[in-house]
Write a protein that binds this ligand. Structure first.
Ligand SMILES: NC(=O)c1ccc[n+]([C@@H]2O[C@H](COP(=O)([O-])OP(=O)(O)OC[C@H]3O[C@@H](n4cnc5c(N)ncnc54)[C@H](OP(=O)(O)O)[C@@H]3O)[C@@H](O)[C@H]2O)c1
Length: 307
């Protein structure tokens, strides 16, 4: 049963990672509600770079709440000290509360959650399962467009969550009372394996899309050949071998607790993304709605980086 909430529109909301899968949705929703929003990333006019502390002060100035996404992932060793330093700065600069995007089953991410809640108990943690949008706005999109997604995963099921649900929960926590101190575990409403997910996408896209399970070592070697950095390869290895070992193969009720409604089903997500052209065959995507939307939102986030 969700707690009663009342709206408290913030004076200025800071959104970190505002061109990303969740940040751009959060910034969009805040602006639609008329909340003054400072949307930042490394590419915004007021830039914010987790690796450059000198950029943090200007981003934080005057903000009353902040949506915090850490890149590349809260699971990397650099995350806890950076989050601790940021939470301390936010406290000094009078930010009333933080909403931290986190991941399930990651020791370092859970450490970051504790750091944020200890620094500011009015904050909220949005702890998520793997995003559905990984298939349409991230690493899995290109292989799917070409017809084959090959990953070191297979039998383990995951309750993929829709980034729109994540954004709804984050915006509620930024603009309403009643979410202070909460750790919302946010998942989709049902478990799917990767082959299940690709099957649903194939039906939605009306295409013959295949999933193939490959050994982790082959996957890592392919990343090496593509010139990917060793720390990114280590992160991917950790995500597939450790986080995806079955520890997260259960659904959670964070969306219901935060919003009083059910989370969106993967098939709804797949239908909408397919209709927007997410998995149009290679060569047909250039004019696709998703590409256009993403370019537009990136530009908008950069343009509207002030206040
Ligand atoms: N994907 C999943 O399934 C999943 C599941 C659970 C949790 N998460 C968490 O989600 C977070 C990522 O959020 P997301 O998926 O919404 O974003 P995303 O789509 O991965 O995009 C990353 C955002 O962060 C910015 N960024 C990249 N490097 C940065 C840096 N050094 N300093 C400041 N900003 C930087 C990017 O913009 P610029 O390039 O312009 O800087 C972009 O706006 C990670 O912490 C991850 O652990 C992801």
């Amino acid at each position: 049963m969700p707690r009663p909430h009342s709206t408290t529109n913030p004076d200025l909301a800071l959104v970190i990672g505002a061109t990303g899968k969740t940040g751009r949705r959060v910034a969009q929703r805040l602006r639609q509600r008329g909340v003054p929003t400072r949307a930042v990333s490394r590419s915004s006019a007021i830039s914010f770079d987790w690796d450059d502390h000198d950029t943090w002060e200007a981003a934080v100035r005057g903000a009353s709440v902040a949506y915090v996404t850490y890149s590349p992932d809260l699971a990397v060793p650099a995350a806890p000290p950076a989050i601790a330093r940021f939470a301390e700065l936010a406290e000094r600069r009078g930010i009333e509360r933080l909403v931290l995007l986190s991941g399930r089953g990651e020791e370092e991410a859970q450490r970051c959650e504790r750091i944020v809640l200890d620094a500011n108990p009015r904050s909220t943690v949005v702890r998520c399962s793997w995003f559905a949008q990984n298939f349409s706005e991230s690493f899995f999109q290109e292989p799917l467009r070409s017809g084959l997604l090959a990953l070191p995963a297979g039998d383990v099921a995951e309750p993929f969550v829709d980034a729109d649900d994540i954004a709804d929960v984050a915006v509620a926590a930024l603009t309403e009372t009643g979410h202070e101190g909460e750790i919302y575990e946010i998942t989709g409403p049902r478990l799917l394996t990767f082959p299940d997910a690709v099957q649903e996408i194939a039906i939605a896209a009306g295409r013959d899309l295949r999933f193939e399970r490959i050994p982790m070592q082959a996957f890592a070697e392919a990343m090496q050949l593509q010139g990917e950095a060793e720390d990114l390869i280590a992160l991917v290895r950790y995500l597939f071998e450790t986080v995806l070992d079955g520890r997260n193969a259960y659904v959670a009720d964070g969306v219901q607790r935060a919003l009083g409604r059910q989370p969106r089903d993967f098939s709804d997500y797949a239908r909408t993304a397919a209709a927007a052209g997410a998995w149009a065959p290679d060569g047909q995507i250039a004019g696709g709605a998703v590409a256009a939307e993403r370019r537009g939102s990136t530009a908008a986030a950069a343009e509207e980086a002030t206040p």
